[in-house]
Design a binder for this molecule. Structure first.
Ligand SMILES: *Cc1c(COP(=O)(O)O)cnc(C)c1O
Length: 375
């Protein structure tokens, strides 16, 4: 019998969030790529996104795309991490498009495309300030020129990424720059760019405010659809569900203990020197989950009166003193998930995935419980 922590997934809420994001984006002339890397591309979730109106998908890991292809997914898939030169053939074989910034790799994709009789679509990434991937704006035109001369690949557009390394937020300025660059390429090279891809979940705020520059026609959304949050703006997205994913883990100890450890403090199991505030004797529950499954920062107790105190590899300690819940040995504690938590929970082999199907999927019901997640 399996007895691990359970990650409970409500597919109806994923469908709802997908449809809501698709509808809002379409109003601004933007197509949504459903990003599947945040949940290790679990097929049932991909299907729920599809049922919610998403027909094109994207993942950063070729391995995730291959595993979906093996299960019969033939939807359009874009690889949204710059391809590895060593995997050029696999990229062309398994995906339809990829984001790129290195000519050497693009040439390898072109060669593989020619060998396979397939034209691989290339989106040239432009770095408009976040300083993760992409060529700098002044190098875009010359790079685009080189790509457009290759056979085996076709330059279908440009894109940018924000909010990932530098924490730069999408704006009228940086998306306007992207749009202007796209226009310049079209004019100078006499080609049409089908895709101008303007970021991820963090761009939803501009969509809500209808401030996306005309001409940006694609966003690649993971977090918003999955969790209804936007970490880069530190906000809950009020028109989406925040509880499509819930984590439940079993309580294995409940004791009243002092809030400051007794004895000389050295380093904890991860090499850090812990600090404590003396709050007197507290009622603490230990649940059977730990850093091997999720970092304590990646989850938030559903009960706002509970506080995660810390974790070691296999134990998570929660202060339950102020909770009115029925906290008992053998019972569960429940947690909301943040993006970082979702990444690790869906790739821990100790976490059991279970699907909750509520009422039949109806296209337009309103979110009933807008939970305020403490992001
Ligand atoms: C992960 C990723 C996304 C999706 O980001 P979310 O914040 O989850 O919407 C979009 N584009 C690229 C290039 C990514 O790596």
């Amino acid at each position: 019998m399996f007895s691990g922590p359970i990650l409970e997934i409500d597919l109806d809420k994923i469908r709802f969030n997908s449809l809501a994001v698709v509808e809002k984006s379409e109003e601004c002339g933007m197509e949504v790529l459903g990003v599947t890397k945040g949940f290790s591309a679990i097929p049932q979730i991909v299907m729920a996104m599809h049922e919610g109106g998403i027909s094109s998908f994207a993942d950063a890991r070729l391995e995730n795309i291959i595993s979906l292809r093996d299960k019969g997914f033939n939807h359009e898939f874009t690889l949204i991490r710059i391809p590895r030169l060593s995997r050029a053939k696999h990229v062309v074989y398994h995906t339809d498009a990829s984001v790129n910034s290195e000519m050497l790799t693009i040439k390898a994709l072109a060669k593989a495309g020619l060998e396979m009789g397939k034209t691989h679509k290339v989106i040239l990434m432009v770095d408009v300030g976040d300083l993760r991937e992409g060529v700098l704006p002044e190098e875009v035109l010359s790079t685009a020129k080189k790509i457009s001369k290759l056979k085996g690949v076709s330059l279908i557009g440009i894109g940018t990424n924000m909010g990932c390394y530098g924490g730069i937020l999408p704006s009228l300025d940086n998306l306007g720059l992207l749009r202007d660059i796209a226009k310049e390429i079209e004019k100078e090279l006499g080609i049409r760019l089908d895709v101008v891809s303007g970021g991820g979940t963090s761009t939803l705020k501009l969509i809500e405010e209808r401030k996306v520059p005309a001409g940006i026609n694609q966003i690649r959304v993971g977090e918003g659809i999955l969790l209804g949050t936007d970490t880069t703006h530190n906000r809950v997205i009020p028109w989406l569900y925040q509880d499509a994913f819930l984590l439940k883990a079993e309580i294995i100890e409940i004791k009243y203990k002092p809030s400051v450890p007794v004895g000389k403090i050295g380093r904890d199991a991860f090499g850090n020197i812990p600090k404590f505030v003396d709050r007197g004797i507290r009622k603490r529950a230990i649940v059977a989950i730990g850093k091997q499954d999720v970092l304590p920062d990646g989850i938030v107790p559903i009960d706002p009166q509970m506080v995660v105190l810390g974790a070691s590899s296999d134990h998570l300690i929660v202060d339950v003193t102020d909770s009115m819940e029925d906290v008992r040995i053998g019972g569960d504690l429940a947690f909301y998930i943040k993006y970082s938590g979702l990444l690790s929970l869906t790739s821990s082999r100790y976490v059991h995935i279970s699907f909750k199907e509520e009422s039949a999927w109806s296209k337009r019901y309103l979110p009933m419980n807008q939970l305020s997640l403490r992001v």
